[in-house]
Design a protein around this ligand. Structure first.
Ligand code: ADP
Ligand code: MG
Length: 724
């Protein structure tokens, strides 16, 4: 093993930059060239058909066979012009990132070789569903699942090695109609928020026809040298290190953003960004992160469904291009203990068909009442459904990140910023409501300063899991690996639920002749009173907040099994069923898949930790101890003493034994856990096994400090994090 480590280190010094030539043209000239976008639609389809398809893409609607055939024909011609041979229905199964099965356009028709693509093949496919997890929704003997085209996310051409494939974004549903993927519920949630938000908008402005949720995804990641990565079985098998002593230099010196980016990394960035831009992913921002070896990419925000697809595609592109540059990209939430983890901040807002951002304060008092309505509704939604939001970001990996090193804690709270907090307090507390003088209602509320409020981005709190950042909310607790459909589904449904209640209340009052402003402000006040314990402006990382949150009755759910319990609660079932997102059976099935996934992940970690300790670390330590013993024996022959070496040999022995003992205990605990029938109980047992891995780690990391560096089998943190 040590051989592999030193080979990797030797290779590193000979590394040559991968060749890549950036297009000699502005980004706008090639942006989206691999996407069947509006421009291509108009070029490859009859004007009528293109118009119909555009309208379906923007506002939804049914597609008939004739149109589907026309679209398929156009897609085929367009794709063939790029040398594409295959097409695939591209979807997000419940486990893993994306899935696809490739078919070719080519077929033999009465002995004639032709290229064919029919509307029916575009609209629906039947992949073998049996190998995807369904949580018992679909037993294998009737393993029928369908993928169905999602025309709101455009088709694109994906090129890997020699293959050129037309990818058609789809949803994946069971033969019985239940969703088997992440996209179907998200689309339903986006529809729900559209209806609820439009209804509330229409209280103020009848012109508003629809509202879309916007999402901007900041993606954090680590890069490690690929050869070093291959010499770390833990990274290969579980995406994170289970052992590794912290380096002499951690992130103390790099605690600033925007440091200069190493050349090899920068080349990688330019290449994946170029490919992403061709695929229509509007990547804009790149920078170093605080931790060594950590970086971030952020595209411009888009409609939420498209943003989610683009994030999944982007991760895929990054992974592939990283390999070309001899890197391994780590999306894991916590690849290195003691070093910052990676998140996927979800910047979210609501935007009307007229382009108005509902979470942006404006210069006009009247508009600011709309802003306040959506702001307070979001606060209320986070308060009422914080446990579901927590559950929506739960994973074995994110458990290691939340609440540690520069990551928000598992306590969900909302940050507003000073100005807005003062403003909200005024709204809640001022007493009289006098509408007689028209606009004076704002004065009486002490919110006469409405026009000046905010748009002050300097007021940031990077410690908050859910922060208002001037014209959007930033859900920062979302982990870097996960697919953001899950938090986006929960957030949008939660907010929609609150908006519906608000609309009911206000509409009833309006019917009684109450003035609109009065009705709205009264409702907002009540909502604020109910939910203000979720507001927190201070340091979310501090000890004080843990205590304060407990006093406020906010939950602090540390682990995934505990968080997932909430997904199956009566409250969750009621919410999702009421809005037609998940049936009870679907919710149960999903939770079961997530619970199983937790168990599988920790199981792999435990196996790898056991294997590395037993077969790599302990033999190395014993060998080294043996050398020390020989050395001590030699000294003794010369009647010389060496206290420190003697001490070291003994120390080694103690850690070796402890490692062995604890590994044995972990093996036993795993055997017992595996006997448990109930998935949740099993997951709980695996929670305990995780802490046993940590126990073993303590000794392994001590051994790393004691054993001769020449013999140590695993690339060390300093090598993984600092060498490029
Ligand atoms: P920071 O790191 O300072 O939080 P970034 O520039 O890295 O900010 O990312 C901010 C993200 O928020 C970008 O993806 C941006 O497009 C997105 N964003 C901006 N406005 C909105 C909005 N109205 N709705 C959703 N996302 C938005
Ligand atoms: Mg950022």
């Amino acid at each position: 093993m040590a051989k592999q480590r030193f080979h990797a280190l030797a290779m590193l010094s000979q590394h040559q930059l991968a060749p890549f030539k950036r297009p000699d043209a502005p980004i706008s000239s090639y942006f989206g060239s691999l996407v069947f976008d509006k421009k291509n639609m108009r070029q490859w389809m009859a004007a009528d058909d293109a118009g119909q398809l555009e309208s379906i893409m923007e506002r939804g609607g049914k597609m008939d066979h004739t149109l589907a055939d026309a679209v398929a024909q156009a897609l085929k011609s367009w794709a063939l012009s790029y040398g594409v041979t295959h097409y695939t229905h591209w979807f997000h199964p419940l486990r893993g990132t994306t899935a696809e099965k490739h078919d070719t356009f080519f077929e033999l028709k009465q002995g004639q070789a032709i290229e064919q693509f029919k509307g029916s093949a575009l609209v629906q496919q039947e992949p073998d569903a049996s190998s995807f997890p369904s949580g018992g929704l679909r037993s294998t003997f009737e393993a029928r699942g369908y993928t169905a085209w999602d025309p709101t996310s455009p088709a694109f051409i994906y090129e890997t090695a020699l293959a050129k494939t037309l990818c058609i974004p789809t949803v994946f549903v069971a033969y019985t109609g239940e969703a088997l993927d992440h996209k179907a519920p998200l689309l339903k949630a986006l529809d729900t928020i559209n209806r609820a938000a439009t209804r509330v908008c229409q209280i103020f402005d009848k012109q508003v026809k629809y509202v879309t949720a916007s999402l901007g995804v900041e993606q954090e990641y680590f890069l490690v040298d690929r050869n070093l990565y291959l010499a770390r079985p833990d990274l290969v098998m579980c995406g994170r290190t289970v052992f590794g002593h912290s380096p002499a230099r951690g992130q103390q010196l790099s605690d600033h953003y925007f440091g200069s980016i190493p050349r090899r990394v920068s080349n990688f960035m330019v290449e994946f960004e170029t490919e992403a831009q061709r695929l229509g992913i509007p990547v804009r921002t790149r920078h170093n992160e605080v931790a060594p070896g950590q970086f971030e990419v952020a595209p411009q925000f888009e409609e939420a469904n498209l943003a989610v697809d683009h994030n999944m595609l982007l991760m895929d592109v990054m992974e592939r291009i990283a390999e070309k540059h001899q890197f391994k990209i780590l999306f894991h939430e916590k690849p290195f203990k003691g070093i910052n983890g990676s998140g996927k901040h979800n910047n979210w807002s609501l935007i009307t068909d007229g382009g108005k951002n509902l979470l942006s304060p404006s210069g006009k008092p009247k508009d600011n009442l709309v802003f306040l309505t959506f702001l307070v509704s979001t606060i209320k939604a986070v308060y009422a459904y914080s446990d579901l939001l927590r559950a929506s970001i739960a994973s074995a990996a994110n458990d290691l990140r939340l609440g540690a090193h520069e990551a928000p804690p598992a306590i969900i709270s909302v940050f507003l910023g000073q100005q807005l907090t003062r403003f909200i307090e005024a709204l809640e507390n001022s007493k009289s409501l006098n509408l007689e003088k028209g606009d004076n209602v704002y004065l009486k509320l002490g919110i006469s300063k409405l026009p000046e409020i905010l748009l002050d981005n300097t007021d940031r709190n990077r410690t908050s899991p859910f922060a208002f950042t001037g014209n959007k909310f930033e859900f920062r607790a979302v982990g870097s690996t996960g697919i953001c459909s899950s938090p986006m589904t929960v957030l949008n449904v939660a907010v929609a639920d609150v908006l519906d209640q608000l609309a009911n209340e206000v509409e009833a009052k309006l019917a009684q002749g109450v003035k609109r402003e009065v009705a709205v402000i009264e409702a907002l006040r009540r909502m604020l009173k109910e939910s203000k314990s979720i507001l927190f402006e201070g340091d979310n990382y501090g000890e004080a907040w843990l205590k304060e949150a407990q006093k406020r009755g906010l939950s602090n759910v540390q682990t995934t099994p505990e968080a997932l319990k909430q997904m199956n609660s009566a409250k969750a079932k009621d919410l999702f069923e009421r809005h037609g997102i998940f049936s009870r059976a679907e919710l149960e099935a999903r939770t079961q898949i997530l619970v199983e996934e937790y168990v599988l992940k920790v199981q792999i970690e435990a196996r790898i930790a056991g294997d590395l300790a037993q077969n790599h670390v302990i033999p190395t330590a014993i060998k080294y101890q043996h050398q020390l013993v020989q050395h001590l024996k030699g000294l003794k022959e010369l009647e010389l003493d060496d206290e420190t070496t003697f001490e070291a040999a003994r120390n080694l022995g103690e850690h070796i034994q402890a490692c062995q003992r604890k590994n044995k205990a972990m093996l036993q605990a795993r055997k017992e856990a595996n006997q448990l029938e109930d998935p949740l109980e099993k997951a709980k047992a695996y929670e305990g096994i995780r802490s046993m891995i940590e126990d073993i780690r303590y000794h392994v990391d001590k051994l790393e400090l004691l054993v001769d560096d020449e013999d140590w089998p695993l690339p060390k943190y300093r090598e993984l994090l600092f060498l490029r």
